[in-house]
Design a protein around this ligand. Structure first.
Ligand SMILES: Cc1ncc(C[n+]2csc(CCOP(=O)(O)OP(=O)(O)O)c2C)c(N)n1
Length: 808
């Protein structure tokens, strides 16, 4: 490991900035350097204390086994480097009066963010019992990674955190999302060198092509090159500095290296480099804001190359620890049982000289504490890290103004998302000035039928453009990069800092962010229980180009399983809507955009499809979330013989077509039609706040009549949601069962036994009273299915009676 060195790396294209020359005047005077080092030592001391101690927090007594926690859980390796960063950020925030928050990519370094926010005072303001004294220190140490205490990551419980970092890869995209439309904010984002190997992180360097220096804030990435992951070296640490430099420059950044292990030279190097980076950011922003510079900036970033487990034990059990992957978690694994480990731990802790840092009562000494900024400039108290504080309602147009005229059920529609696009266009227009609503998508906004939004909004794009490009602009409200991870991460960062948004995506490929959705849903669940965290706008998904109408892309594009995944999450935060037509879609989306602290999944079609409900009826139906469609039923005077239920636009069409056959061919049958918009209505009330009571469920689905349920997605989900209901034994569900290819729209339903003919046969099979007439009807429909197959194979399109079918 070298002595500290801060220098811009050799650059093929000249870098706009130069780090301070190593032989120039020092950035830090002696006293400041001493206090910075003391602050860092204090943070390191608190971090080790959190990992190990439950008593004797100021080491007033010799360390004994009784002072050690029984279960040692946490990650030391990344922590001292993050403490170093946090400490130095405090200095630049004060020096330049910055509006800055910190994002911990390797969020497993939870002790660092807890220590940082404790030392600056915010932690004790939020949690009064974790006070700035010996008793508070003891509680701070004990609660970490302890039952009833706090998690070991940069979790929601930690003030200042909007990125738990448990699942690695999303820090930079969260950071960029946070600064879009947030011109005064700088996010200092620590990226783990292991994290940097993940796909999402690797592509997120490109976010700089989407950042407008005039109207957005800035991200300062700090690549933490500590060389190791859990058990391996990192790739970026084992390529030459030249190769790493070229990689980062190739991504459009100007990297500055801060490298070494001797604390005092490292403080000087980090301070000088941070000054250089902040001044560079300010210069870029001034050029864009005051001089209308149109150049795409090469933003600065830092590569901090410091030992993993810096300042920790050098050797443990005869093997290298500091500067090795072995420092990743708890370096001394057994101090309560092993006297050698206990002695090493005491030496380690006393090496930070706590008596110089804290007064006798356990409070950080004032000359050291003075390094931290004050009030909301403290990173733990910055309202951007508690976005609900900044959240303002959207200006919403009246969604009824976009209604499709439905004088009678079954009129032709243009494609539901196309109608929604006009509404979203005006949501974008009305909120262009507050700049607090953006639409995100992986290059599919037009493909998903939302082309109308480009009548008012542009795609933000700072890379090169040609005269032939469409709707690209340096500043815009539509964010399109062909990475579902980036769209998701940007949107989450945008929401977490108090704004609103919508993610539109092909239904099949939203699975790419299954795990990111998981993390966000967990975040919402936990933060909903923290009174000091304000609610944020919901994460809204519009999934289109869905399974049933991917006729031209085929099997790869057919997967409706995201909702199976979503409903696993805590009922309090997830909502799933399948509006059957455009007016219902408008009503649902209006509701979702106004809602708070949920994940709303809305699935809608983009192809021309029949419209069923007038706007008034749609509002009623969507408010109830489920209902009997009396206009399609004939059982109002008596009990039904069969319930024909549907959920999703295509299943609704096929169900109504099936009902028309049943009513024509077996007119004595009493048929009830039920449509489900809000999927969660099916769950018991005890499981989901939207769930129907058993009484209401029985009134809709009956206690004993056959229910033929046509569902948009995999059929087993309906069974999963309803298995406790009275009539579950009579519930027969049709849905997507993994049959698909390039074929006609109707054939997709046939391949999955979800078409009108199969639905009728399903009903007849469960209605013995239809007798011989039922048998003949089934034969007729079986013949029809063969006729269908021959017809589409000859003509390449559906039979006229299918294409031209309308409800009458
Ligand atoms: C997506 C994901 N995969 C795997 C892990 C398990 N994991 C936790 S920490 C870690 C190593 C991280 O290395 P790095 O980002 O360099 O962090 P640091 O060395 O600073 O701890 C791994 C693989 C994870 N948290 N997230």
């Amino acid at each position: 490991m070298q002595e500290a060195n801060a220098a811009p790396v050799p650059d093929a294209a000249p870098a706009p900035d130069a780090a301070p020359a190593p032989d120039g005047p020092p950035v830090l005077d002696e006293e400041l350097a001493r206090n910075i080092d003391a602050y860092w030592r204090a943070a390191n001391y608190l971090s080790v204390g959190q990992i190990y101690l439950c008593d004797n927090p100021l080491l007033k007594e010799p360390l004994a086994a009784a002072h050690i926690k029984r279960m040692l859980l946490g990650h030391w390796g990344t922590t001292p480097g993050q403490n170093f960063i946090y400490t130095h950020l405090n200095r630049v925030i004060k020096k330049y009066d910055l509006n800055m928050i910190y994002m911990s990519g390797p969020g497993h370094g939870g002790p660092a963010v807890v220590s940082g926010t404790y030392l600056e005072g915010t932690y004790s303001e939020v949690y009064a019992n974790i006070s700035q004294d010996e008793a508070g220190l003891k509680r701070l140490f004990t609660q970490f990674s302890f039952p009833g205490g706090i998690p070991s990551h940069a979790s929601a419980e930690c003030p200042g955190s909007i990125h738990e970092g448990g699942e690695l890869g999303y820090s930079l995209s969260h950071a960029f999302g946070a600064v879009f439309d947030n011109p005064s904010l700088i996010v200092a984002c620590c990226v783990g060198d292991g994290e940097a190997e993940t796909g999402p992180l690797a592509t997120s360097w490109h976010s700089n092509k989407f950042l407008n220096p005039a109207s957005d804030g800035a991200v300062l990435p700090i690549l933490h090159l500590n060389g190791f992951k859990i058990a391996n070296p990192t790739i970026l640490a084992r390529i030459s500095r030249e190769e790493l430099t070229q990689l980062l420059q190739g991504y459009g950044w100007t990297p500055y290296f801060v490298e070494g292990h001797e604390p005092m030279p490292m403080h000087e190097a980090m301070a000088g480099t941070l000054d250089t980076c902040i001044e560079s950011i300010q210069r870029i922003q001034r050029a864009a804001r005051e001089h209308a510079s149109l150049e795409r900036p090469r933003w600065p970033m830092i590569v901090l190359a410091s030992p993993k487990g810096w300042t920790g034990p050098k050797i443990v059990n005869g093997r290298k620890n500091e500067g090795s992957y072995r420092s990743h978690q708890v370096p001394l694994t057994d101090p309560a049982q092993n006297p050698e480990h206990l002695a090493q731990l005491e030496t380690w802790l006393r090496g930070y000289r706590p008596e110089e840092l804290f007064d006798a009562r356990g409070k950080l000494k004032p000359e050291i504490a003075a390094l931290a900024p004050a009030g909301e400039r403290r990173m733990g108290a910055n309202p951007n890290a508690n976005g609900g504080l900044l959240l303002r309602d959207l200006h919403m147009p009246n969604f009824g103004d976009y209604a499709v005229d439905v004088p009678k059920p079954g009129v032709a529609g243009i494609g539901d998302t196309h109608v929604l696009g006009r509404f979203l266009r005006d949501v974008l227009k009305l909120n262009a000035q507050p700049r607090n609503f953006r639409l995100f998508g992986p290059d599919e906004t037009v493909s998903n039928g939302l082309e109308s939004v480009f009548e008012t909004a542009k795609r933000q794009w700072l890379a090169q453009t040609t005269a032939d490009d469409d709707f690209l602009a340096r500043s815009g409200q539509v964010m399109e990069m062909l990475s579902e991870h980036q769209c998701e991460g940007w949107l989450e960062g945008y929401l977490l800092t108090g704004r609103h948004g919508l993610f539109n995506c092909y239904e099949a490929f939203i699975h790419i962010v299954d795990s990111m959705f998981n993390q966000h849903a967990k975040w919402l669940k936990v933060t909903a229980g923290l009174a000091w965290r304000r609610k944020i706008a919901s994460l809204n998904y519009l999934l289109s180009s869905h399974v049933w109408r991917q006729d031209h892309n085929g099997f790869t594009h057919q997967d409706p399983g995201f909702i199976d995944h979503v409903v696993n999450k805590k009922a309090g935060v997830v909502r799933v809507y399948l509006p059957p037509d455009a007016n219902c879609l408008l009503s649902v989306m209006d509701h979702c955009l106004r809602s708070r602290h949920y994940v709303n999944v809305v699935i809608a079609g983009k192809h021309p499809a029949p419209q069923w409900l007038s706007m008034d009826a749609a509002i009623r139906h969507c408010t109830e979330g489920i209902g009997i469609w009396q206009w399609a039923s004939n059982d109002s005077q008596t009990d039904p013989d069969v319930v024909m239920a549907c959920c999703g636009d295509v299943p609704t069409l096929e169900t109504l077509a099936a009902v028309s056959i049943l009513r024509r061919e077996l007119p004595e049958l009493k048929v009830r039609v039920v449509n489900v918009v809000d999927l969660m209505k099916l769950q018991p009330q005890s499981e989901h706040p939207h769930g129907l009571s058993d009484l209401d469920f029985d009134s809709i689905f009956t206690r004993d009549k056959p229910v033929i349920f046509a569902f948009h997605a995999y059929p087993w989900l309906i069974h999963r949601l309803t298995y406790r209901r009275n009539n579950h034994a009579n519930l027969h569900v049709r849905g997507y069962k993994e049959e698909g290819t390039i074929t006609t729209a109707f054939d997709m339903t046939v391949l999955n036994d979800s078409d009108r003919f199969h639905l009728v046969m399903d009903a007849v099979n469960r209605l013995p009273q239809t007798g011989s007439r039922g048998d003949y009807l089934k034969q007729q429909l079986s013949d029809k299915l063969i006729e269908h197959r021959h017809y589409i194979e000859r003509h390449g399109e559906d039979m006229p009676e299918i294409r031209d079918w309308t409800w009458s």
